[in-house]
Design a protein around this ligand. Structure first.
Ligand SMILES: [Zn+2]
Length: 108
């Protein structure tokens, strides 16, 4: 995938606490140059630089949530493969990310 297919911008929806106050996280957008399909990724702060979260619609309520953790584009391919069973990451179950009464959200 060419480097210009990947852009990193400030995340308008998520901020993170630092010593100097809150700062926006990185929102990574990967665009397939052939299909123009786009995927949005967040940094996984449990292993920065080694894994990311894929943002996608919650299958229960359509809210955008971090659905799976990936370490490479092959992992993204696995996620997109309809034959792969979807197992949401723990981070996806934060009820604050979902619409009310979504069955996939765990209470805080
Ligand atoms: Zn949901």
């Amino acid at each position: 995938m060419p480097a210009d297919s990947v852009t990193v911008t400030d995340d308008p929806d998520r901020q993170y606490r630092t010593r100097n106050g809150k700062v926006p996280g990185d929102l990574i957008t990967v665009t397939d140059p052939e299909t123009a399909q786009r995927w949005r990724l967040l940094t996984d702060f449990t292993s920065p630089g080694e894994s990311w979260f894929v943002l996608d619609q919650c299958p229960g309520c359509d809210a955008e949530v971090p659905v799976v953790r990936i370490a490479c584009l092959a992992d993204l391919g696995d996620y997109l493969d309809p034959d792969t069973g979807l197992v949401l990451v723990d981070e996806a179950q934060d009820s604050l990310l979902h619409r009310a009464s979504c069955a996939l959200a765990l209470p805080n």
